[in-house]
Design a protein around this ligand. Structure first.
Ligand SMILES: Cc1ncc(COP(=O)(O)O)c(C=O)c1O
Length: 546
């Protein structure tokens, strides 16, 4: 029982009570996630050995030059473990959601550099080409041609790689090149690619029951909801299929909540609060409601008019927020506890606590968008748990929840759930047994003892390694983030750096106005992989960010 309390990093007695009940539930239902994890590790080891043999054969028979793979092989070792974290921490009071490592960190330790071993105990390091493969039967040119000619061109991928396979933090393209993936499908593949446990659960569920619609009960979604509510502020969960849908749902729930309250107070429904407030640089999705909350004008203007009534306040500016959040007019405030797409900005603790108070005073619902920063990414189970006393009324979750299968969820307090009735909202696919089975496995692994402490440790290591490696770069402004959501801000665009890193076998992306290098590796990333990434970033930044 103590394990569970430590493990969820909860300090609030309500959480302790919920966790205790949940623990009893776990034991009666015999989930035994920790035992499962150890079994998975043994299975993964066996499969690693199998893949090694395959891999060696592939290398011998493949004549093509693989710059990326060779660069990796020359300098990197890889930890062979399915994350066996050793430390567990208890929540402490924090003053900010994350920390910044500025350019003045002269005392920071220098990165391990070439061939550096990581500090994890009880692990074995080995060549980075562990899962490397040769050229595949996939015709990359044909794939690109079909995409170019038949798929709507909304992504601007151009002539980029055709990815065919992944393992852990590695991705492989059709030409046999290996990449160290510090994008994780844009903060999605939290357990890495082709995770043994997730793959097994998906295969088993696919053979049993994939879809029934929401006409019937199925077990995986009900079990997942029990876990999500037992470990958060929430009492109820609504499932959907993506982050943008989760925000659409939250918007509808907030409207209905305000309308119900207005009618209960003797007003007519059309006098209810309908407006929203969100924040500059925030990103909430691409469907109409979520797009209305999203800051970037380029995303919004081609599709105007959007859902009316949203105002943007500067992120972190409580005075402006207080001015815009008006009792009787504002039904909800949407905010990311750590802004992702907007440039990796962790919220100040006072900001989140202040918003909580302003929303209470204005009778508006506080909605945290944790689509990118939730579920372990920051080192806490939920990003807002970096700050005490700033719980939301609703929270939206998606990206990592099923490690790559499409799922979204809106978590809410009972007072919000109470206003929703059968028929008010729904989705054909949402909460289906296949995605929820995968999500149960993800959730059990993320909440296994020590996992989150390991994310915190690796996150600090990543921030420090990047800040150290770029310390004397004249264009660097700041390295910041929370957990394994890290951004390096330059004073020029870094598109060329992203491309250069890719040439050297490292996948990264931009954020903000294109001037922030975003590093979001799988949460199982090792120290060796972090050092490797920092080395590539530093080398290529010197060459192309001028
Ligand atoms: C914070 C945040 N909210 C919402 C979304 C939209 O999620 P989706 O792309 O799954 O619709 C994203 C996607 O990047 C996000 O980062």
């Amino acid at each position: 029982m103590v394990d569970v309390v430590l493990h969820y990093d909860v300090s609030d007695t309500r959480y302790v009570l919920k966790s205790t009940l949940y623990n009893v539930y776990l034991h009666t239902r015999s989930y035994g996630s920790h035992t499962l994890t150890q079994r998975d590790a043994r299975a993964a080891d066996r499969s690693i050995d199998d893949e090694d043999d395959e891999d060696d054969d592939a290398h011998r028979s493949t004549p093509i030059s693989r710059r990326a793979t060779d660069a990796m092989r020359a300098t990197t070792t890889r930890t062979r473990t399915t994350t066996t974290p050793t430390t567990t921490t208890r929540a402490g009071t924090t003053t900010t959601c994350g920390t910044s490592v500025g350019r003045m960190m002269s005392g920071a330790r220098r990165g391990g550099g070439r061939g550096g071993r990581d500090d994890d105990d009880a692990t074995t390091t080995r060549g980075f080409s562990l899962f490397g493969g040769g050229k595949t039967s996939v015709d990359a040119d044909e794939v690109r041609k079909n995409e170019r000619e038949c798929v709507l061109q909304t992504y601007g991928r151009g002539e980029t790689e055709v990815m065919v396979r992944g393992k852990g933090c590695a991705l492989f393209d059709a030409e046999g090149r290996e990449f160290l993936d510090f994008t994780a499908g844009i903060a999605v593949n939290c357990l890495g690619h082709a995770d043994e446990g997730v793959s097994r659960v998906i295969a088993e569920q696919a053979k049993t029951l994939t879809h029934t619609s929401n006409l019937y009960h199925t077990e995986p979604g009900a079990t997942l909801a029990r876990k999500l509510t037992a470990t958060s502020f929430a009492d109820k969960v609504f499932y959907c299929n993506s982050g943008t849908e989760a925000n659409e749902g939250a918007l509808k729930f907030a409207r209905k909540y305000a309308q119900t309250r207005a009618v209960a107070a003797g007003k007519t429904a059309n006098k209810a609060a309908t407006e929203t407030v969100s924040f500059e640089n925030g990103f909430h999705g691409r469907t109409f409601g979520a797009l209305s909350l999203t800051w970037k004008e380029g995303y919004r203007t081609p599709f105007a008019p959007l859902v009316p009534g949203n105002s943007f306040a500067p992120y972190g500016d409580l005075e402006q927020a207080r001015r815009l959040i008006v009792k009787g007019k504002t039904c909800a405030v949407f905010v990311e506890p750590v802004q992702g797409e907007g440039g990796i900005y962790p919220a100040d603790a006072d900001f989140l606590r202040g918003l909580r108070k302003i929303c209470d005073d204005a009778d508006a619902l506080l909605v945290y968008d944790e689509v990118q920063c939730g579920l372990g990414r920051t080192g806490k189970l939920w990003g807002h748990q970096l700050v005490e006393d700033a719980e939301p009324d609703l929270m939206t979750v998606a990206k990592p929840l099923a490690n790559g299968l499409p799922i979204g969820a809106v978590l809410m307090k009972q007072k919000v759930a109470d206003v929703m009735a059968p028929g008010d909202h729904g989705s054909t696919f949402a909460g289906g047994p296949l995605v929820c089975a995968a999500a149960n496995e993800v959730f059990d692994r993320i909440t296994a003892p020590g996992f989150l402490a390991n994310v915190t440790a690796r996150g600090e290591e990543l921030k420090s390694a990047i800040a150290t490696a770029l310390a004397d770069h004249p264009r660097l402004r700041e390295v910041r983030g929370a957990g394994l959501l890290v951004g390096a801000q330059f004073d020029v665009p870094v598109g060329a750096l992203v491309q250069a890193c890719r040439e050297d076998g490292l996948l990264v992306i931009t954020a903000g106005a294109g001037d922030v290098l975003r590093l979001v590796p799988p949460l199982i990333v090792t120290s060796a992989e972090i050092q490797k990434a920092a080395t590539i970033v530093a080398k290529r930044a010197r060459e192309v960010v001028v």
